[in-house]
Design a protein around this ligand. Sequence first.
Ligand code: ADP
Ligand code: ADP
Length: 226
Amino acid sequence: MAQVELEKVTKIYDNKVVAVKEATFTVNDKEFCVLLGPSGCGKTTTLRMIAGLEEVTSGIIKIDGKIVNDVEPKDRDIAMVFQNYALYPHMTVYENMAFGLKLRKFPKDEIDRRVREAARILGIEDLLDRKPRQLSGGQRQRVAVGRAIVRNPKVFLFDEPLSNLDAKLRVQMRSELKKLHHRLGATIIYVTHDQVEAMTMADKIVVMKDGVIQQIGTPFEVYNKP
Ligand code: ADP
Ligand code: ADP
């Protein structure tokens, strides 16, 4: 079970920039929810508040019915994949994927099992000894996803994960991520400004503009609204 609820969540930066205004929506268990809107509309801020990387100014965030406003990011059982992948350049792929588990003091054999399993799922078993600079964009992207998968979190947050890839790879990764979603049975909140991405990947779309939610619905509902 992994449900994420936002109730009137507001974020004001520096007492003046209203980045998100009274956002209210629910992401159900196993749902693929896309936050869609133009640059600057508050998508990343929303994601970072759910992850606990940014404090809310007001409002409530719940995971599985429990208020998490005061829960540390590492205790939220959420893994985030960043737009720039945020891989550690001096570490190998293996070490990048293992790092979060090491921090959490997982036993070595369990770390090894999880890293290899994730690498197999993502087709990067042969890359485990490489450094990020020795990888293509698509491979880096897979490592970033792998680093999230090994944690086996309740909720995955994706922040424009495909925006640094070329058009062809973007299309391929879209369907790979969808397959992964079904395979993991995970709850996913996915930020993009790309309507086609939202259309093809989402179970539910939350449309944002200037920090305010404009619409919530299935792709069909959102695109057929008069
Ligand atoms: P999006 O992800 O949709 O591009 P963001 O959530 O990054 O939008 O930004 C929403 C608004 O908040 C923008 O006006 C942005 O300039 C502002 N903003 C984002 N982060 C900060 C910050 N750390 N300090 C001040 N303003 C910020
Ligand atoms: P140690 O600290 O004893 O050198 P490691 O943490 O490096 O051990 O490795 C623990 C396990 O992870 C071993 O099974 C090892 O084979 C595997 N491992 C570590 N680094 C890599 C890597 N770059 N590629 C493949 N497997 C690795």
